[in-house]
Write a new protein. Structure first.
Length: 238
């Protein structure tokens, strides 16, 4: 299916859902699903880079995911370390720049160290910006932004009369990143689950029943094609 490069989404965000269900359907432990999900992510990063997408943001671990069984959380943290170590060479070769959205201070020390090393290693790359949402929650992000704005108002770093939506956005984890044009959620669920609540106000939403480990290049192309056939009005009339 041909895509129109003139209306390619600059920023794609993905809620990678369905790893556990994928494994259970195959009679495997949930950990196998998470590992297969990492393999799917590798392919999608490459596709986005090849298509000329400017930013890819993925929901890797939410603030609510800490409620999962301890063994599963521990495996996910280990998997993050393995992904960074295994993929950093290819990411650099493809000029991918890693950015973290969320509070990494609460992550296990080994995970935090590996992630920060990857961020530092790729900071000068000028290709696809790969945002990884880790220990991320949209409500907490907005709350923290409000607290930081209050602190800066108290110290006169900013003036209340100059505070607008653009300035507020700069206090979010995404900073000056353009807002996502397209948000995709896999696995058949139809909700944002506390993901990019501010940034996604006018994003086009595409939901697919495909479980994340089965999400391939063709699925991404289908989602982008659906996006390109939407009529984006941003509250206006065309």
């Amino acid at each position: 299916m041909n895509l129109d490069n003139n209306i390619m989404p600059n920023h794609i965000a993905i809620i990678m859902d369905g790893n556990g269900r994928w494994a259970i359907k195959k009679g495997l432990p949930r950990s196998f699903g998470h590992k297969a999900g990492v393999d799917a992510l590798k392919d999608i990063v490459k596709v986005c880079s090849d298509l000329g997408v400017k930013i890819l943001t993925v929901y890797a671990f939410s603030t609510e995911n800490w409620k999962r069984p301890k063994d599963e959380v521990g495996y996910l943290m280990k998997l993050l370390v393995e992904y960074m170590r295994r993929e950093i060479e290819d990411l650099n070769a493809n000029k991918v720049k890693i950015k973290i959205l969320g509070d990494v201070e609460l992550l296990p020390s080994a995970t935090k160290e590996e992630i920060l090393n990857a961020v530092d290693s790729t900071k000068n790359n000028d290709g696809l910006q790969f945002n990884i949402a880790l220990n991320y929650g949209g409500r907490l992000e907005i709350l923290n932004a409000c607290k930081n704005i209050i602190d800066d108002l108290k110290t006169n770093k900013i003036q209340i009369d100059l505070l607008d939506e653009d300035m507020f956005g700069e206090y979010l984890y995404t900073g000056k990143d353009p807002e996502p044009d397209l948000i995709i959620r896999t696995s058949g669920e139809r909700r944002l689950s506390n993901f990019l609540l501010w940034q996604g106000a006018y994003s086009e939403l595409v939901f697919t029943d495909t479980l994340w480990p089965d999400f391939k290049r063709g699925n991404l192309i289908d989602a982008i094609n659906e996006y390109q056939n939407r009529n984006r009005r941003f509250g206006n009339v065309k």
